[in-house]
Design a protein around this ligand. Structure first.
Ligand SMILES: [Zn+2]
Length: 269
């Protein structure tokens, strides 16, 4: 989706710039576009866009006041985060310098915001126009382990350009969603089951290997008459550590020179 980006920098001590800036503010007030005014370490003023420049906006995920652009050769390989209208908050410079950027908000940009709905809990977005009857509620996150019953109203799909809060659930909506929620929280999700099954096996193998290594390492030390008071096995790294309480002597280090498992030695200097 194409649009035009334009950067600006006005010095409002200068009456000509002040008038131009006033005109800009009035234009956006009339369009009901809020200014995103921040200073987060990087500037909203892009000098390369002092000349109005055509850019391509990503439409995979729609925001109500900003956009991601496609890669812009010579400027950003990953693309930029641009705003309908954004300005630098004057922390390190005078308030009379107004600098930032804005986009020409095209009918296509307005339409996609109006015709895309989002879940207020998981953020899932659906285009209204491509689905004959967009569901009223998101079903995607019903089995989310963090989703609480009191947050179910957040699953109500809302248009991206709708700034109002999501209404509370009616009694009927509540009993409908509550039923789906309880089922989703109880029953196995077949898509996730396979991943969980392989994770369980993986954990078992890892823990078993680690337990065998710990057992065999300590048995080796006992079989070789080594004092084990100053030896620890770290399950997280699957390594032994000699001298974890007090650095070991050269004699101790020599005695364990044939130790056949991964380890580190903290020796006397
Ligand atoms: Zn959701």
């Amino acid at each position: 989706m194409k649009t035009i980006i334009q950067s600006y920098r006005f010095y409002t001590d200068d009456p000509k710039d002040a008038a131009a800036y006033k005109q800009l503010v009035e234009k956006f007030s009339a369009l009901n576009t809020q200014c995103f005014r921040t200073w987060g370490g990087s500037s909203h003023y892009f000098p390369q866009f002092e000349t109005p420049t055509e850019i391509e906006l990503e439409t995979k995920f729609i925001f109500n006041n900003q956009w991601n652009t496609t890669p812009i050769p010579g400027i950003s390989d990953k693309g930029l985060r641009v705003f309908d209208w954004a300005e630098d908050y004057p922390i390190n410079f005078s308030d009379s310098i107004k600098r930032g950027h804005y986009l020409i908000i095209t009918p296509a940009m307005r339409n996609i915001r109006h015709n895309t709905v989002a879940c207020g809990y998981c953020g899932r977005q659906e285009p209204i126009t491509l689905i004959p009857s967009t569901p009223v509620f998101c079903h995607h996150c019903l089995n989310n382990a963090y989703l609480k019953k009191e947050d179910l109203h957040l699953l109500r799909f809302r248009r991206i350009d709708d700034p109002t809060d999501r209404p509370k659930l009616t009694e009927e909506e509540h009993s409908y969603l509550n039923l789906l929620y309880t089922d989703a929280q109880t029953q196995l999700n077949s898509k996730r089951a396979a991943a969980k099954r392989s994770k369980v096996h993986e954990t078992y193998i890892k823990k078993t290997e680690s337990a065998l290594r710990e057992r065999d390492g300590f048995l080796w030390l006992l079989d070789n008459n080594i004092n084990t008071e100053n030896v620890i096995y770290y399950d997280c790294t699957q390594k032994f550590c000699f001298g974890w309480r007090t650095p070991v002597s050269p004699k101790f280090a020599a005695a364990i020179s044939g130790f056949p498992f991964p380890h580190e030695i903290k020796s006397e200097k």
